[in-house]
Design a protein around this ligand. Sequence first.
Ligand code: COA
Length: 325
Amino acid sequence: MFNSRIVSTGSAVPDFIIDNSMLAELVDTSDEWITTRTGIRNRRISRYKNTSDLASEAAEKCLKNAGIKVEEIEMIIVATVTPDTFTPSTACIVQQKIGAFKASAMDINAACSGFIYALDIADSMISAGRFKNALVIGAECLSKITDWKDRSTCVLFGDGAGAVFIEKSSESGIIKVSTGAEGDKSGYLISKALPPRDPFQNKGSFSNEDSYIKMNGQEVFRFATRIMVGSIKKLFDEYKISHKDIKLIIPHQANLRIIEFASKKLAIPMEKFYVNLQDYGNTSSASIPIALNEAVEKGMIEKGDLIIAVGFGGGLTYGSILIEW
Ligand code: COA
């Protein structure tokens, strides 16, 4: 068995910023409602670039920071629920765009927990000696499946991408990854794909609107708070650590109230949680790697620091990770 560690990060977000007052032109909402219920003030929306474009930009920044050549990349995993196409996978498009032609490439879908799931796969493959390194990306254009007439969801989401490069290491790095799912709650957060079609009948039609996100906000809120609290507590108990041993917790950036709930319940100061949802909203699988990259760029994480990331989302899925940087 080998260790794997994250050696660099990168992210990319679209230029176009929609603030809460602009949303109030589209739906019956207000800056006050959105800010107090979610903490979100702005989100980035991609008008022209697709998911693979944002993923490739994040990847290129990450690789520049790693100082490695693209031909050295052995595996690309993209976590996304908003791929450019059913096939090829977004990872294959990224492979072509960045010129990483020696890399194996695949997408995975675990919604907002997707980045943690993808890291789990990459870490396991490296630990088993199957690959020496991997480019792991979370990338979304959620605006493609957002119902801009539904005030209960359109205020929450945004577009973006984040990437990490991980490689085999003799030093400590990824210490523990856990993932899980509660498929019995799948109906609480849905974006439909194409339905079955009888080739002998022309009945039925499917429009873009059918893919728009539908959500039971209160049930997802309940799940998210339970997962946030439970995942962090489990890691603390298993490794006999407390928040004092942790430099930073990077939660999925869905709603400030979810993070505040976990902070209060676990008696962890809010300063320990990295929060940037006010700027980007919920970018699903991209939210954790974007936040991680920002924290690294701000010099908030140094070698040897312990950090935790926790994700939760559609599926319903969840995942957590403990890392020594
Ligand atoms: N602006 C103004 N009013 C809004 C609104 C908006 N954008 N969205 C909903 N409302 C209204 C509702 O219609 C409702 O009005 P009513 O009482 O007249 O029926 C009222 O606000 C309360 O709605 P409710 O859904 O109970 O609000 P809430 O406090 O549960 O907050 C969420 C809604 C979506 C912010 C909250 O449930 C949430 O964050 N859930 C988790 C969602 C999430 O994180 N999903 C992604 C997970 S990866």
